[in-house]
Ligand binder design. Structure first.
Ligand code: MGD
Ligand code: MGD
Ligand code: SF4
Ligand code: MO
Length: 600
């Protein structure tokens, strides 16, 4: 038997189980993304995590029938919202859209994840096509840019073997330690890094003029644009120098280069400009539509599919959701009380909702506040289809075990259709087939209908007949408004001057807020805090206490709190990116205060 991992991860691994040996399982060694191994989350964490076993209403265990009756009742109220997280990446999560449309409920728009970067890609290329893994395998150089591959994307490692590796990251990550060169920039300077590199490529005539004339004819204007950027001041701001830039350029010019770009570069209001600038650098080098070249970011996994769960609904922001404007809120597969920015506000909002329904696997900060709790089935216990934002392969997710716990999203929807007397819901198999039959096939392997061996070979835009559009302006309000200097007084009334960038990458031991939770802030040993001491971090948005952990791999001037850490999002801003309606988790600086008294 086989299935695929439903966790929100680039790899979307295929899983092999011998008959009835669950939970014993392995990766599929013959699969393009498998080296036969899964990761610790699948080998261990997921089996140890305590499931919510019983439905609840106001804290009391009830039967599934009683709970579903209460859910149906709650939706008879005037206004309702479905806020869906990314706890399970199967396409069947979206079946609940069909019910929301029928009762004229609201859905969300925007992204907590990759939205601003995606908007930047659309600005340059018109369409976000996934770079196939085999092109990464053919590269000479791979630039790992704000992606923590050994943690978040470990099955890409075999594709990087034998390549020259350059890493651009404010943290000396594991891949940075192994890299040929690590450019340890200041956080939030990627736009400038890309523009500077492009400027130097033009200065030394290393641009791909032939390709540019055909596919990106505005390149002279882009050259002029890069020249508006002053070299000395900007290199200083990035925290680099001409020597380091020269070393990076050695790995870029006249060879096959792939930029492997992650979420880290775009957790900012200007995230769209960052991806647009990186794409513009790639275009300058002529890296689109050629073997072994390209920019690999989160691809649009649904590209090329007609989504049977596409609905016409009112949509409200997923980043700054005004939960209390609704009588009934259904949270499905998510934990907004901890995963959303400015989560103190979010918790207050959620507590004002008359009927908060939590539909998920585990207890978390959102389930604790819910009036109705509905346990879900996990991905081993239901049928689904797994697309990927990291590659082109599509897997059928098979039900590989029975369980008495929970209800699937399809059955949840079916119950509500029946109880509202609604018609039009097709069978579960119908929807599964609707996704699978749209796929292309490579032998027995399903792949995305949008798969192209060499994306943008013909050109850009939906039909491949557009030009590449270079970035032509950059508006940075963060620096202009100096938002980061507006500190609240901290609760102990101490004056704290020094500010640090707050970086929040993913943890190896958790999948966002699922599994292991954390309470640490990682700081450079030279920053002056003692390992194990308790400190209070404050930003313009809130404060929270953490335990200090030393990490000399972090650039001075930054701190790291992994995204599974309790209280992290009390510090992050409730703002929406300039483009792409995305969260801006790292658009924030924090102060650190020692809590001597609390230490004993
Ligand atoms: N500060 C900061 N905050 C961040 C980030 C950051 O970088 N920095 N990253 C952001 C990113 S990239 C993301 S994607 C979001 C993620 O944030 P969310 O989308 O809120 O995801 P999780 O917090 O992992 O919560 C997932 C929940 O889904 C439930 N679940 C799992 N499988 C199923 C299922 O099959 N069915 C149902 N119904 N429920 C299921 C589990 O109970 C789990 O608790 O967090 C964001 N938050
Ligand atoms: N184990 C595990 N795997 C996961 C997840 C998980 O929680 N745990 N989450 C999944 C999800 S939802 C997502 S979205 C992906 C995200 O996976 P990634 O794309 O890898 O994103 P992050 O882990 O947020 O951060 C990546 C890197 O960006 C760096 N960085 C931070 N700020 C900057 C900056 O300003 N510039 C540059 N150049 N780099 C910067 C960080 O130091 C970090 O090394 O991972 C997925 N995979
Ligand atoms: S979490 Fe990612 S790496 Fe781990 S098994 Fe799932 S898809 Fe593979
Ligand atoms: Mo994400």
């Amino acid at each position: 038997m086989t299935t695929a991992c439903g966790l929100d991860c680039y790899d979307a691994c295929k899983i092999v189980l011998e008959e009835d040996t669950f939970p014993k399982m392995t990766g599929d060694a013959s699969h393009p993304v498998g080296n036969g191994a899964l990761c610790a989350l699948l080998n261990k964490s997921i089996h140890e995590a305590a499931r919510i076993e019983s439905p609840r209403i106001e804290g009391q265990d009830v039967s599934m029938d009683e709970a579903m009756l209460a859910v149906a009742d709650a939706f008879k109220h005037k206004t309702s919202l479905l806020w869906r997280g990314s706890g399970n990446m199967g396409v069947m999560q979206e079946v609940t859209n069909l019910f929301m449309e029928s009762v004229e409920g609201s859905l969300t728009k925007g992204s907590l994840c990759d939205g601003s970067g995606n908007a930047g890609i659309i600005n340059g290329r018109g369409i976000n096509k996934t770079l196939p893994l085999e092109q990464i395998a053919k590269a000479d150089t791979v630039v790992v840019w704000g992606r923590n591959v050994t943690v978040t994307n470990s099955h890409i490692m075999p594709y990087l073997e034998g390549k020259k590796i350059v890493v651009i990251d404010p943290v000396k990550t594991d891949i940075a330690k192994k890299a040929d060169f690590h450019l340890q920039i200041q956080p939030r300077t990627d736009y400038y890094t890309a523009i500077m590199l492009a400027r130097f490529v033009f200065m030394e005539d290393s641009e791909d003029t032939e390709w540019l004339d055909e596919f990106a004819p505005e390149h002279e204007d882009f050259y002029d644009y890069t020249r508006e950027h002053r070299i000395k001041a900007i290199l200083e701001y990035i925290g680099t120098d001409l020597g380091e830039m020269g070393r990076v350029l050695n790995y870029l010019r006249h060879q096959k280069v792939v930029f492997l770009v992650g979420a880290g570069v775009q957790k900012y209001s200007t995230g769209a400009s960052v991806l647009h600038a990186i794409d513009s650098l790639a275009a300058t080098l002529g890296l689109f539509g050629k073997e072994g070249c390209g920019v690999s970011y989160f691809g649009d996994s649904q590209l090329g599919f007609v989504n049977p769960f596409d609905v016409q609904c009112n949509r409200v922001s997923k980043v700054v959701t005004d939960f209390s404007a609704f009588d009934t809120v259904l949270v499905q597969g998510g934990n907004p009380a901890e995963s959303m920015p400015d989560c103190t506000r979010v918790k207050e909002e959620l507590e004002k909702v008359e009927n908060l329904i939590y539909f998920g696997l585990y207890e978390n900060e959102t389930s604790k506040r819910a009036k109705i709790v509905i346990p879900a089935k996990n991905f081993f216990e239901k049928e689904d289809v797994r697309l990927s934002y990291g590659h082109q392969y599509v897997e059928k997710m098979n039900k590989v075990m029975d369980s008495d716990i929970g209800i699937s999203e399809y059955d949840f929807t079916k119950y509500l259709f029946a109880s509202f007397g609604l018609a039009g819901l097709e069978s579960e198999e119908y929807y599964i087939d609707a996704w699978l039959t749209q796929c292309k096939k490579q032998g027995e392997q399903h792949i995305s209908p949008a798969y192209e061996a060499c994306p943008y070979e013909e050109g850009f835009g939906e039909d491949g007949d557009d030009e590449f559009e270079f970035i032509e302006d950059y508006d940075d309000n963060f620096v202009n408004t100096k938002r980061f200097t507006k500190y609240r007084k901290t609760s102990t009334n101490k004056k704290v001057d020094e500010t640090y960038w707050l970086l929040s990458p993913k943890s190896r031991k958790a999948l966002n807020t699922q599994f292991r939770r954390e309470d640490k802030v990682q700081v450079h040993p030279e920053a002056g805090y003692t390992e194990g001491e308790r400190v209070r971090l404050s930003s313009a948005y809130g404060e929270h206490d953490f335990i200090v952990k030393h990490n000399e791999d972090i650039r001075l001037g930054s701190v790291v709190i992994t995204s599974n850490t309790l209280g992290l999002n009390t510090l992050t801003p409730p703002i929406i990116s300039e483009e792409g309606e995305s969260a801006c988790y790292q658009e924030v600086k924090v102060t650190i205060e020692k809590l001597e008294k609390a230490q004993e």
